[in-house]
Write a protein that binds this ligand. Structure first.
Ligand SMILES: [Zn+2]
Ligand SMILES: [Zn+2]
Length: 333
């Protein structure tokens, strides 16, 4: 099969992915072989390719927003019929036996595997995944539209849940990329008011187009005190201004898997029971609940499609903010 291989992490400007022939994977016990249709390009892929996440497999095929059809069933796999359309997210598997899995927190599993990082992902014509950790894709979404839902969408949904927002809540997003584009639609559906604190007129306009009540640079304090804020940008320096924008008792959710160092700040920014919490991965329940909600709302995604062989270009465009919405690789050769 054709695949994009990462042998050694390097700056994306050096085009580190090699478009090459690789052996097609075979499904193991409980796994399905998937014919990849499209794979979303996520900011986490940048962290894998550039090495902010320490390398765990070499070569590795990145990509964890896979939309695919089931091509072959491994031993004991029976959940899906051949030809069924499914999605594969970042959490590739959890052991289901550790204390976190046993208490309904498989997103915090002690022995997880991650798609496109510790195991091969979807920048390829084929991939394998445990059938228990893939999701049926609602029929109303085209392949390209579904891809950004699988990471940006699900993680954004978990961030919203953990933010504790309710109808009438005021919520800010710091950074307005593909996760925020999906999350704002869910937040508004839930009746929250969204403020966008993001770099550049283009992203601010995008936020206003999706129904934000206010948009400006992250250094500008929103006109109202907020019940919650979510930082989607991987920039630790946003933590103090985001805390400053919160009401007493407000919640700040950090949505990234990687973040630059957080500068020290005055205790007054945190006092009065403000909360900072990170979000790690997602449970299968988050994924199922989100995809159901996304189909009901229905969530619109904005995508730019690149051919698989141009994955390096997609990553470069993502890194330099040249993409509105989400980049998606077309893996059908
Ligand atoms: Zn576990
Ligand atoms: Zn992702």
């Amino acid at each position: 099969m054709k695949a994009c291989l990462l042998r050694t992490p390097a700056p994306v400007t050096t085009n580190p992915l090699e478009f090459a022939d690789a052996p097609a994977p075979q499904p193991g016990k409980g796994e399905v072989l998937l014919r990849v249709s499209v794979c979303g390009v996520c900011r986490t892929d940048l962290h894998v390719v550039e090495g902010e996440l320490p390398p765990r497999k070499s070569p590795v095929i990145p990509g964890h927003q896979i939309v695919a059809t089931v091509e072959k069933l491994g031993e004991g796999a029976h959940r899906f019929a051949k030809g069924a359309r499914v999605g594969v997210p970042w959490l590739h598997s959890a052991d289901l036996t550790c204390e976190f899995c046993r208490s309904g927190r498989e997103n915090l599993c002690d022995h997880p595997t991650f798609t496109g990082y510790t195991v091969d992902g979807g920048y390829a014509e084929y991939a394998v995944a445990p059938e228990a950790f893939v999701y049926p894709i609602p029929e109303s979404f085209a392949d390209e539209q579904a891809a950004p839902l699988l990471c940006a969408g699900i993680i954004g949904f978990r961030c919203l849940r953990l933010s504790g927002i309710q109808r009438g809540s005021r919520l800010a997003f710091y950074g307005f990329g593909s996760a925020a584009v999906v999350a704002i639609q869910v937040a508004r559906h839930w009746g929250a008011e969204v403020y966008a604190c993001t770099r550049g007129k283009k992203h601010q306009q995008l936020a206003m187009d999706f129904g934000a009540v206010w948009a400006d640079e992250a250094t500008v304090e929103p006109p109202e005190k907020l019940d919650a804020a979510i930082i989607f940008a991987p920039a630790g320096e946003l933590v103090p201004p985001a805390l400053k924008a919160l009401k007493k008792g407000g919640v700040l959710v950090l949505g990234g898997i990687h973040m630059s160092p957080i500068p020290s700040f005055d205790y007054n920014l945190l006092y009065q029971e403000r909360i900072i919490r990170s979000v790690a991965n997602n449970t299968r329940q988050d994924g199922e609940d989100f995809l159901r909600a996304a189909a009901e709302i229905p969530v619109r995604t904005q995508v730019t499609v690149f051919p698989l062989r141009e994955a390096n270009r997609a990553l470069n465009d993502l890194k330099s903010d040249r993409i509105n919405g989400a980049a998606v690789l077309d893996c059908r050769q």
